[in-house]
Write a protein that binds this ligand. Structure first.
Ligand SMILES: *Cc1c(COP(=O)(O)O)cnc(C)c1O
Length: 364
C-alpha cells in the first residue's frame, strides 16, 4: 500500500484546451508556457501531450527548466522567457539553440562575450506599460543598430507582456497593444516578424493582441484567468484532479475537540473522516475550516486544522467508508479557481502550490 494521494493529469483535457487556443487564435503559432513544472501539473507528463496536440514551441523561466524539457526530446523550440541570467548560460543556450528573450543591455554584453559569432535566435522584449521587463520603446532603434553588427543573430520578433489581460475590458490592454504596434512599425522590418504579446487572457478575450505567436499558460491547464469565472464556464476542461482517500473514520460526541489547537469542537454527534493530504502536500492550511471537498462523489467540507500529512472532512451526512475516494480540487471535485478565490489568491498560485511529493499520474 502506498499513501493514496495522487494528482491525476488528464491528457484529454490538455488536448481539448490546446484546441480551444486554436479556436480563439486560428492563425497564431502556439508557444505553450510550461514554466514552474507546467504550473505545478508536471512538465514531464504535460509537455509530450501538448507537443502531440500540436503546440509549436515551449516557454520556460530558467535554463534548468529548459534542460529538463530538452531531455524529453520533443523537437520543439524552447524559449527562455527571461533570457540568460549570466554569461555562462549563454554558452549552453547557444549550443542548444534555445530561443532567448533579451530584455536588458547586460544580457547583450554576455551574448557579445560568449556568442558573438554563434547562430542565435532572439526575441527583443519591449516594455509596453507593465514596467517589469523590457526595453523602453524609444531605445529600440539604437538597440537594433547594435544588433546589426551580428549577422548570425536573428531577431525573430518583438515580445511584450500584458499587465491586465485578466480584466479584458480595461482600456490599458488597448494602450499596451498600441505601444506594441508602434514598436513593430519602427523596427519590425529588421525582424523575422514573429512578434508575440498575448497570454491566456489575451488569447481568450483580446483578439487584437494575437500576433505571430500566442503564449498561453494557465488556460492550457483548463484554468480561467478571469476573476469570478471558472475554466469550465469558458469552454476549458480542468487538467488536474487532486485525489486522496479516507484513511480513518472517527465518531465524535458533543463537545469533543478535533485536531490541533482548539480549532473545532463537535456541536453534536458527528462522523469525521481523516484524509491523507495536508499542507506538506501543498493543500493550503487556511482551507481547514469549511472548504468544500468531495468524498465518494458527495460534496462535504473540511473541518478543524489541516495537518502536515492529514486533514479532516465531515462525514456526518456522507456515505463513505475507509478507503472512500476524495477529490481535494479540480476535475470531479471543487474547482481550483473557487478554492483560490476563497483563499484570497489566484489559480496561478494555487496550481503551483502542490508539492513534489504528490505523485503526478497521466490519465487518458
Ligand atoms: C507565464 C507567462 C505567460 C503565460 O501566461 P498565462 O497568463 O499563464 O497564459 C506568457 N508570457 C510570459 C512572459 C509569461 O511569463
Amino acid at each position: 500500500m502506498t499513501r493514496p494521494i495522487v494528482a491525476d493529469i488528464s491528457a484529454a483535457a490538455l488536448r481539448h484546451n490546446v484546441a480551444v487556443v486554436r479556436e480563439h487564435a486560428p492563425r497564431a503559432r502556439i508557444m505553450a508556457a510550461v514554466k514552474a513544472n507546467a504550473y505545478g501539473h508536471g512538465v514531464t507528463l504535460c509537455a509530450p501531450v501538448l507537443a502531440e496536440a500540436g503546440v509549436d514551441a515551449f516557454a520556460v523561466a530558467s535554463l534548468e527548466e529548459a534542460e529538463a524539457l530538452h531531455a524529453l526530446g520533443l523537437e520543439r523550440p524552447i524559449c527562455l522567457l527571461g533570457g540568460p541570467f549570466d554569461a555562462d548560460e549563454v554558452s549552453v543556450a547557444a549550443e542548444r539553440a534555445y530561443l532567448l528573450v533579451i530584455h536588458e543591455q547586460r544580457q547583450l554584453q554576455w551574448l557579445e562575450t560568449r556568442a558573438a559569432d554563434a547562430a542565435l535566435r532572439l526575441f527583443i522584449k519591449v516594455d509596453t506599460g507593465m514596467h517589469r521587463l523590457g526595453f523602453a520603446p524609444e531605445r529600440l532603434p539604437a538597440l537594433f543598430a547594435a544588433l546589426q553588427r551580428h549577422p548570425r543573430w536573428e531577431v525573430l520578433g518583438l515580445m511584450s507582456h500584458l499587465a491586465r489581460s485578466d480584466t479584458p475590458d480595461d482600456p490599458f490592454n488597448r494602450q499596451q497593444a498600441g505601444v506594441f504596434a508602434d514598436a513593430i512599425a519602427h523596427v519590425g522590418h529588421v525582424t523575422a516578424g514573429q512578434h508575440s504579446l498575448a497570454n491566456s487572457g489575451g488569447v481568450l478575450a483580446l483578439p487584437f493582441t494575437h500576433q505571430y505567436w500566442v503564449r498561453p499558460g494557465l488556460m492550457l491547464y483548463g484554468l480561467s484567468p478571469f476573476a469570478g469565472r471558472r475554466g469550465s464556464e469558458i469552454g476549458l476542461q480542468p487538467v488536474l484532479s487532486w485525489r486522496s482517500a479516507v484513511v480513518a473514520i472517527r465518531e465524535l460526541g458533543p463537545g469533543d475537540w478535533l485536531g490541533y489547537g482548539a480549532a473545532w469542537q463537535a456541536p453534536a454527534r458527528c462522523r469525521v473522516g481523516v484524509v491523507a493530504a495536508g499542507y506538506g502536500d501543498g493543500y493550503p492550511r487556511h482551507l481547514g475550516c469549511g472548504a468544500p471537498v468531495t468524498v465518494a462523489g458527495q460534496t462535504t467540507r473540511t473541518l478543524a486544522r489541516v495537518s502536515m500529512d492529514m486533514l479532516f472532512v465531515d462525514l456526518t451526512a456522507v456515505e463513505a467508508d475507509i478507503g472512500a475516494p476524495v477529490v481535494l480540487m479540480g476535475a470531479g471535485g471543487p474547482p481550483l479557481e473557487s478554492l483560490a478565490a476563497e483563499l484570497g489568491t489566484i489559480s496561478y498560485e494555487m496550481s503551483c502550490r502542490m508539492q513534489m511529493r504528490v505523485p503526478r499520474r497521466l490519465v487518458s
